[in-house]
Design a binder for this molecule. Structure first.
Ligand SMILES: *Cc1c(COP(=O)(O)O)cnc(C)c1O
Length: 381
């Protein structure tokens, strides 16, 4: 069975986790700080907090911005629900702007026309690993006084068109990563928020651990060594030292992961280039994506098969596929909460009708990739 995505755990990863298991600290030990420093060193951001998940990272970042209730946030419909949920958690109304048909990322012109006086936040997603047009989105945000959180759950290892690494927050207030096993780099579960803003960092630090601090410089009084204060209503979003040790070990191989993923994408693109009923993904000029997903767009009508039939047929060949994404506003909760937005993002809706994610992961072998390609070619017969 070839799944659509899969982690790679090395002997070094296992040794790193085992070392924590026999140490004094399973959580709140030294590995969390080491992993945070390594992510800062890698990306060039000033601050990093590692947390329990990518979703927790998004929630902390939005909450720490302290935007007025009733604000609107603009994001893409072509994402996992967690992106928009992070706004809903904080009483911010998610507004969806359409995507660009080539990059499948937020279209800056669509964002511009979705801005209202209530808009306070913009959350682009670097879909499949390719960065959104951050210079244009950053400019819009500056013009309209919007905060920006990059959802880079797909994009650790990717670079912007300027060549700098995703995570440096050059174009945003905060950037989040996810370390779920299907993502490029994993902690089992986990996430991170990067930022260059010391105030935002301090707020997120407090919110990550119940809103409680023991830092003497932050306390309103100091009656003794036991004393701590809950200063705001936070959550328990901490990462364990086992997770941090795994992430730290995985991070050593990020360059290797990226090279292999890019090589696999190039191979796929070459093998599938000639099929008139299939569109391969395009990397924009000058971008360097650490591809998380390999998404093709299929003209199902042209081959006389529905997407379900295609997925079943590939499954019969031992090949797992997936659909990324159902436009978020199609989900029942979103319809009930914010009304039926069908038709509001026609490019994303059309894209959703055709997209299919083929297997892409570090250990996918050349033979397995050939097997997938052959199964795809057979679909039209
Ligand atoms: C995976 C993912 C998340 C959530 O990450 P978790 O670690 O699973 O909480 C958020 N946004 C996008 C785009 C994702 O793919």
């Amino acid at each position: 069975m070839i799944p659509y995505g899969k982690q790679d755990i090395s002997a070094e990863d296992i040794a790193a986790v085992n070392a924590v298991l026999t140490s004094d600290y399973l959580t709140q030990g030294p590995k969390v700080a080491e992993f945070e420093q390594a992510l800062c060193d890698y990306s060039g951001a000033r601050y990093c907090l590692v947390v329990a998940s990518g979703t927790a990272a998004l929630h902390l970042a939005v909450a720490a911005l302290e935007l007025p209730a009733g604000s609107e946030g603009i994001t893409t419909p072509n994402t996992f629900a967690a992106t928009a949920n992070s706004m809903a958690y904080c009483g911010i109304k998610p507004v969806f702007a359409d995507i660009d048909p080539l990059s499948h990322n937020l279209c800056p012109a669509a964002v511009a026309s979705a801005i209202t006086p209530a808009t306070a936040l913009l959350t682009p997603v670097h879909f499949a690993g390719q960065t959104a047009d951050m210079p244009a989105l950053h400019r819009l945000a500056q013009q309209h006084g919007l905060k920006v959180i990059e959802d880079a759950a797909h994009a650790i290892g990717s670079c912007y068109a300027d060549g700098s690494p995703v995570g440096n927050c050059r174009y945003s207030d905060a950037t989040i990563f996810s370390f779920h096993p299907v993502k490029t780099l994993t902690c089992g579960e986990g996430g991170a928020v990067m930022t260059n803003d010391p105030i935002l960092y301090q707020r997120m630090l407090l919110l990550r651990s119940h809103g409680i601090t023991k830092d003497p410089s932050q306390l309103s009084q100091q009656p003794g060594p036991w004393y701590h204060e809950m200063q705001t209503l936070g959550w328990h979003y901490r990462m364990t030292d086992m997770q941090a040790a795994l992430g730290l070990s995985q991070l050593q191989r990020l360059t290797l992961f990226k090279a292999r993923r890019r090589a696999l994408v190039a191979r796929y693109n070459e093998a599938l280039a000639e099929l008139p009923w299939l569109k391969t993904p395009q990397e924009m000029e000058g971008f360097s994506s650490c591809f998380h997903l390999y998404v093709v767009e299929i003209d199902y009508a042209a081959i006389g098969k529905s997407r379900s039939q295609v997925m079943d047929s590939l499954m019969a060949d031992g090949i797992g596929t997936q659909v990324h994404y159902i436009p978020v506003y199609h989900h029942p909760w979103y319809r009930e909460q914010y009304g039926d937005k069908t038709g509001s993002c026609p490019v994303a809706e059309r894209y959703y009708q055709h997209c299919l994610s083929l297997p892409l992961y570090f250990t996918l072998s050349d033979e397995e990739l050939r097997h997938v390609n052959q199964a795809i070619q057979r679909l039209a017969r």
